[in-house]
Design a protein around this ligand. Sequence first.
Ligand SMILES: NC(=O)c1ccc[n+]([C@@H]2O[C@H](COP(=O)([O-])OP(=O)(O)OC[C@H]3O[C@@H](n4cnc5c(N)ncnc54)[C@H](O)[C@@H]3O)[C@@H](O)[C@H]2O)c1
Length: 439
Amino acid sequence: MSGFNALRELPEGPGYGPGDVFVLFGELFARGYANGLVEQAKERGMTLIGATVGRRDKDNVLRALDPDELAQAEANLGGKILNYPLWAGFDMDAPTGGVSPADMIAKVKPTEWQDFKLDWDQIKAAQEAGINRFRTSLTQMVSELSGLIPKGANVLFAHTMAGGIPKAKVFLVLINRAVKGSGERYLPSVDLWEHSDLGHLAALNYDAITADTFLELLNSTGGIREQVAQGGGSCSYSGYGYHGTEILVGGKYQWQTYSPYLPGWSKKRLEDHARQAFKQGIKACIYNCPEIRTNSSDLFSGVELPLYPLLSALIKEEGSNFAYLQTQICQDKLVDEETIENLLNKVDAFHTHPLMQPYYADFDGWPKHNTREMAEYMLEQSDLIMALNRDKKDLVTDHLSNLVLESSGRIMFKDITNPKAPVQWLGHDIIAKDLNGAH
Ligand SMILES: NC(=O)c1ccc[n+]([C@@H]2O[C@H](COP(=O)([O-])OP(=O)(O)OC[C@H]3O[C@@H](n4cnc5c(N)ncnc54)[C@H](O)[C@@H]3O)[C@@H](O)[C@H]2O)c1
């Protein structure tokens, strides 16, 4: 497992305090990972500053937030939003006199996607238009931000941006078939991703949003790093990665991964950006975080299967009342005749199934595409285990996701003031240790 670097000990970290500044680079959604960091920033009395991706009107033109939207976003964050639209990616950007990639593919039918060919010169022009637009907004945002940082403050930049599926009907159909399809509807993810122009376009857009926005943030805030250092403070940069997670399987911690994780190549690129920055002495770290259910991950059915064994990890890591209480809370969410013990046995049987082993045994070959047998098995198990919940709006995975995002926020907050490496994994072991210690 070359490059695997799990954070094993809870960081002591000096952390942050009143007067320090927390900058959220991405928007805050109700269930998103960023809530864990925002909570920590509030608890520590930091000044919160946020960004926006902007909004699009009917004509698809990107704009800043209107006064109502701005007031709502600021109330949601509990801080000032710098109102410059930072929508990343280039799928909706048209170069002067040209068409946007989204318009180029708007009429592609789900039956003809494999033979559809893009004009790559036009795509390159759209890429340039997209990055120029993003940089213009970012420069304005950074200029305003610079005036808001008090002398002596430390600054934490928290990157959260991820995404990349080009906005077109055909993609909704294809991605759904690749990650949720079974039987005749199954589409091998490798066919979409590696053997079609549409897949190549999506991969580039994923890079632009999921990985390169982190680099743009680093590059655009060099002046702020100097300003902060002159005042005696320091800047840190955190980012959320995904690169599989260690969870309890058969009573032992084992690395496993959701497949096909199509943004995986971009997440590796994101890690590389942090490695480069770290080499230059910048405090930057990508924290590869566990699978949880959020607006963004809900598309990937089965991604929640590694989350359930957190209950076992809580007990293994010297769990006391808090750990047993979590099992009871989750038990109460199940239909009458079911038990958490049964549920965890089913999840363990999934993770030890021979179909999953080629994915779990090949860290160096990550990310991998799915097979029909594996996809069908994972989706079937995901549905069966979901069906054990009494109420679809109050799931075991909702509760566990909240625990993970709370804990990862706390761990990252302490570690990022002085990270020991540019890429670190948070497994269920450290999450469980943190939760048991904090409650
Ligand atoms: N959910 C998981 O299981 C999981 C696991 C590990 C890492 N992560 C990572 O955590 C981070 C937050 O994701 P989340 O799952 O909490 O979901 P989320 O939906 O709450 O967050 C997604 C973020 O991406 C931003 N975003 C989306 N499209 C964008 C675009 N075109 N331009 C700029 N920004 C854009 C949104 O503003 C938001 O801040 C992501 O980097 C994600 O990859 C998630």
